[in-house]
Design a protein around this ligand. Structure first.
Ligand code: ZN
Length: 336
């Protein structure tokens, strides 16, 4: 049994605030002088029923966590800590997703918020050796016009150490997908691939809408494409990778048990799957835990786990030469 922490991999689905540990959250709460309620989460992590009320409980806790991030120092701390945590788990490339609008009021606007995060990502990359890239994401619970503003800003921050993709996060059930089409067009025209959420809380019909209107390079989750073999074939043919977060799926009630997550079905259909942690703060489960789950609950062999790691690297937005280096490191891991 090879060590999964040392398996070289890329981490493509991790949210800024949600990346924290409880200890980090406590530290930031102290820094902001805002005591945290004891009930924030229990020792098993958030576990909610699969309905709107469940989602709103998730959202409430998330907002509570966000409320302690009220300074540049706090923002830098989160990026640096996410990089260190990923480094300890064999991650070579972290694509961290952030909605800058929440933090903008504390640092003088959206542009400074993005610039602080990009600057810290470059610093943390140098410190940890993990390549930290930033995905700027709009939120489904805000007006689609806000998304266009964020997309324009992201478009102005591309290039070296710049934003690498444009996302759409928060409640998948909220709003009409077509309304975000202009924002994704702005991003695409600036060379930023779309990586919106879709196919976790809602099923194949919604995934088709996301594909049609937002033209994603990758889908945040997309796990429920497994419910429609034709859709799955279309995604495979179009080369749309799936950022799968099995623990998140179970904690948000999409599947009852870890063994119900259709990871094997997706892989068998030829999908490019990248495992991600989504929100370790609320689910108490990090990147390597997703690979452990594949091994323990779904019977993935070391060869198959190496393939998952290769998939994550291929689906990343890193340079081809960096990908080649890391893929060779996966071969070395398997040869041990
Ligand atoms: Zn997510």
């Amino acid at each position: 049994m090879r060590e999964l922490r040392s398996l070289p991999k890329a981490h493509l689905h991790l949210h800024f605030t949600g990346s924290m540990s409880i200890a980090s959250l406590q530290y930031l709460a102290d820094l902001a002088g805002k005591p945290l309620p004891d009930f924030l989460i229990d020792e098993n992590g958030l576990l909610v029923p699969f309905n709107e009320r469940g989602w709103f409980r998730f959202q409430r806790l998330y907002d509570m966590a966000r409320s302690v991030v009220t300074s540049e120092a706090a923002m830098r701390f989160i990026v640096a800590q996410a990089a260190r945590d990923d480094a300890a788990e064999g991650s070579r490339r972290l694509e961290l997703q952030v909605d800058p609008s929440t933090y903008a009021p504390f640092v003088g606007g959206l542009a400074p918020a993005i610039e602080i995060i990009l600057d810290e990502a470059a610093r943390a990359s140098a410190e940890t050796g993990v390549q930290v890239a930033i995905i700027v994401a709009a939120s489904r619970v805000r007006h689609p016009l806000d998304a266009r503003t964020i997309a324009r800003l992201a478009a102005r921050h591309t290039g070296e150490n710049g934003v690498v993709a444009f996302g759409l996060s928060n409640n998948e059930r909220s709003g009409t997908t077509a309304d975000w089409e202009p924002a994704f067009r702005i991003a695409r025209q600036a060379g930023l691939p779309g990586v919106p959420h879709g196919g976790e809380l809602l099923g194949p019909r919604h995934v088709r809408q996301v594909v049609e209107h937002l033209q994603p390079a990758r889908l945040g989750h997309g796990v429920r494409a497994a419910e429609d073999p034709r859709l799955l074939d279309d995604l495979v043919a179009a080369g749309v990778a799936l950022e799968l977060c099995p623990t998140s799926n179970v904690h948000l009630g999409v599947y009852q048990h870890q063994s119900d997550v259709p990871l094997r079905q997706l892989v068998d259909a030829g999908a490019t799957v990248a495992l991600g942690a989504d929100d370790p703060l609320l689910f108490l489960s990090r990147l390597t835990d997703q690979y452990q789950l594949a091994r323990d609950e779904l019977g993935f062999s070391d060869d198959e786990l190496a393939d998952l790691a290769r998939s994550s690297i291929s689906a990343s937005l890193a340079s081809e030469s960096d990908k080649a280096t890391w893929l060779a490191e996966v071969d070395a891991w398997l040869a041990e």
